[in-house]
Write a protein that binds this ligand. Structure first.
Ligand SMILES: [Fe+2]
Length: 247
């Protein structure tokens, strides 16, 4: 498994160069605008809870790898609740016609957010614990980049609104970091898993493909943040030529 983890580390470094993270780090832009992509990531965030409950988790199990996955699935299956809270805090929780809300969730604008969901379901449904572990490690790696970039933005926002963001803030990052600490204690066990040629090939394919779809997701979120003012989250997309500066 060591080679798979090495590939994930390499891909993580490339992933971190995505334009979305550059925008999120740009302190000349209002922090609300740097998180203006939030509605767009909803399909993925909302599906991820179910993914943990019904696809990743498999009980009972005697497999030590599946046990790691099961434990992880309990830690990750309810974070969408924090996301819903953040929509309120970010002022995105507007009244919409139900059909307009559905239309947004299944629109072209949010396609990559759904696609990444379909891909993790595709790879994980009925998969071996090894394949699930590869999926979990990719999600951990991409999540780590995302949440460590988002948390300082949430912190800046807190100084303006006096309100704490749960999903995008340090609260979530701290929870994720404690999972990672747990995982790193199992690192030796994970690294030493011997893979067959076929399962290694399968894990490589999963890693390559999932990084690709997660990168497309960040591209989609970047477009959303650049074309939707944070105070008009569901308006027609338009280029925001002058990003709103910190007041
Ligand atoms: Fe999470």
């Amino acid at each position: 498994m060591e080679e798979v983890l090495a590939l994930i580390e390499k891909k993580k470094q490339e992933f971190a160069k995505s334009g979305l993270f550059e925008l999120m780090r740009d302190q000349s832009i209002d922090p609300r605008q740097r998180l203006a992509f939030a509605p767009c990531v909803a399909p993925f965030v909302m599906s991820f809870g179910e993914f943990n409950k019904y696809v990743f988790r498999e009980e009972p199990t005697n497999d030590p790898i599946q046990e790691i996955i099961n434990k992880h699935s309990y830690e990750d299956d309810h974070h969408w609740l924090w996301f819903l809270e953040d929509l309120e805090t970010l002022g995105i929780n507007r009244t919409l016609k139900f059909s307009d809300a559905l239309n947004f969730v299944w629109s072209e604008e949010t396609k990559a957010s759904r696609w990444v969901t379909y891909q993790i379901f595709r790879y994980a449904c009925g998969a071996s614990p090894i394949s699930k572990l590869a999926i979990m490690e990719v999600i951990e790696a991409t999540g780590n980049v995302f949440f460590s970039t988002a948390a300082p933005v949430a912190q800046e926002l807190r100084t303006i609104t006096q309100k704490e963001l749960l999903y995008f803030g340090y609260f979530h990052l701290d929870v994720e970091n404690s999972h990672s600490k747990d995982l790193s204690q199992k690192r030796a066990l994970i690294e030493n898993i011997q893979l067959t040629i076929e399962s290694r090939q399968e894990a490589f394919e999963i890693v390559e493909n999932l990084f690709e779809v997660f990168t497309k997701l960040t591209d989609e979120l970047l477009v959303h943040a650049k074309t939707h003012s944070f105070d008009q989250p569901f308006a027609e997309p338009r280029e925001i030529l002058q990003p709103l500066k910190v007041a």
